[in-house]
Design a protein around this ligand. Structure first.
Ligand code: SAM
Ligand code: SF4
Length: 470
């Protein structure tokens, strides 16, 4: 049943933002010191950090976020590829290229065979995780079709015999019944972005269709968690309203889920609005977020909700992504296409993503290039999907994550999945750098037995075994 009292208290958030303006360096120091206990921050404390503009204090915020990221996640970055299967949409989101009023794009729903073709191309890039998306059009793309798409994807094997091991989904808010149906399907995280938590802006940005209803969208995760779903992801589309308000609202949303269901969101996504064809709100917004504020909000999220994954997409350019990895991002997409059938078009050398994608991408490197660059920078690209497949989801995942155990499972799993990638998909240069990285990383495993087991797994992978994890 739809609840009607929003847990986002706009007046409270505005009051906090106003009362915490021009914070002193001493107060910033105090908060940063406290944050190292890894218990997160109050809304007031987060707001003080968001309101900090003194460059020296901002640097301290970045430094602390980097420390927390390192403490909890190490130097691992989990990779995934988005897969768009339909661009039909009955909504009219003013910032999106798929909106119903954009008559200049060709609309397409992929058949199950076409979905398999896209999957194969994604697999051949070494990916093991897909984020599955579509527009909202209940006649053209039913939940039933979406579920068939999920099973089709899992059925595909590439030339190495590999398959997708985890599908996360991002589709329009579902009803309680629909969530019960989806909860029976083997998916990882269900994600939906609120876009903006500011109601008046929300209603203006979404003038038509089911998405116009702010409350329906706001309570999506409540319906999900009350109806069998375990892992949910939230997000805000930065650039529609004041970034400080949106960041605090994301924290408030996380706290609401944690307090009500004993489990916060698994991930927070932080897309920034990018230009999209025939989407007026995707250009020149008075709320567009500059790079420095963007870095600050990522750092503040990392500090405020230390155990929640932060997802960064290829909307952002490579140079900025590289900086954000050190500030708290834990999952990234690579080699992405945001048009329907985009992987096959690119594979056939007929790329049209710029014109027909949902929005413009800014990191257009191939997956292979992103992975090579990550390795050269000392990050471990991870294709791990172990937790979800071992049932370490929802509360169980948080129990594991909170004492910092994430490092002892995720780090070796990052190394074994990277090893698979190096053996199966990497070019010779990536292989060379990757093997050196694995060797260095092995030395960081303090637990003797765990280290031995990891070395054993790596040898078995070299000999042809696959999918070995902790
Ligand atoms: N159609 C579903 C929905 O809106 O919930 C599924 C997700 S939609 C395919 C993916 C997300 O892309 C949206 O939630 C929105 O935040 C984001 N998006 C849309 N237009 C964008 C733009 N111009 N720049 C950046 N992100 C955009
Ligand atoms: Fe449709 Fe989602 Fe784009 Fe809105 S953001 S127009 S709902 S695809």
């Amino acid at each position: 049943m739809e609840k009607v009292i929003p847990f986002i208290n706009e007046n409270l958030l505005f009051k906090i933002i106003e009362e915490t303006s021009n914070p002193s360096s001493e107060r910033v120091d105090e908060i940063l010191q406290k944050s190292l206990e890894l218990n997160g921050l109050t809304l007031e404390e987060a707001s003080i950090l968001l309101n900090t503009n003194n460059p020296e204090d901002v640097e301290k915020i970045f430094f602390t976020a980097g420390k927390i990221k390192d403490e909890i996640y190490g130097n691992r970055l989990v990779l995934f590829a988005p897969l768009y299967i339909s661009n039909y949409c009955s909504n009219n989101c003013l910032y999106c290229g798929f909106r119903i009023d954009n008559k200049s794009i060709e609309r397409k729903v992929l058949s199950l065979d076409e979905i398999k073709e896209e999957t194969k191309i994604i697999l051949e890039q070494g990916h093991k995780r897909i984020l599955l998306l579509m527009g909202e059009d209940h006649e053209k793309c039913s939940l039933d079709y979406f579920i068939q798409a999920i099973y089709s994807i899992y059925s595909v094997r590439d030339s190495k015999g590999s398959s997708i091991r985890r599908i996360n989904v991002e589709i329009a808010p579902l009803s309680e019944n629909e969530f019960r149906v989806l909860s029976e399907v083997p998916i990882g995280t269900y994600t939906v972005f609120q876009e903006t938590y500011h109601k008046e802006t929300y209603e203006r940005m979404h003038p038509k269709g089911k998405k116009h209803n702010y409350i329906w969208r706001l309570f999506t995760m409540d319906r999900a968690l009350s109806n069998g779903m375990h892992d949910v992801g939230i997000g805000a589309l930065f650039g529609l309203f004041d970034f400080r308000f949106e960041t605090l609202a994301l924290i408030q949303h996380s706290k609401h889920l944690d307090q009500t269901y004993g489990i916060g969101p698994h991930t927070i996504s932080i897309p920034r609005v990018k230009p999209a064809k025939n989407a007026p709100a995707s250009y020149n917004s008075k709320y567009s977020v500059n790079d420095n504020d963007f870095k600050k909000l990522v750092a503040v999220l990392r500090i405020s909700v230390p155990y929640t994954g932060i997802i960064l997409s290829t909307r952002e350019p490579a140079y900025l992504r590289n900086e954000l990895f050190n500030l708290g991002v834990s999952q990234i997409s690579a080699g992405s296409k945001t048009s329907v059938g985009g992987y096959k078009q690119a594979f056939n050398g007929m790329e049209k993503d710029e014109e027909i994608g949902q929005f413009t991408l800014n990191d257009c490197r191939s997956s292979g290039e992103v992975i090579k660059d990550l390795i050269k920078m000392g990050f471990v690209p991870s294709f791990c999907t172990a937790c979800y497949r071992l049932g370490r989801v929802g509360e169980d995942f948080m129990d594991l994550a909170k004492p910092g155990l994430i490092k002892t499972h995720c780090h070796p799993n990052g190394l074994t999945t990277l090893k698979e990638y190096l053996v199966d998909y990497a070019d010779s240069e990536t292989k060379l750098f990757g093997e050196k990285l694995i060797e260095n990383e092995l030395n960081k495993i303090e637990h003797k037995k765990l280290k031995q087991k990891t070395i054993e797994y790596l040898k078995r992978i070299e000999k042809g075994e696959r999918d070995l994890y902790f």
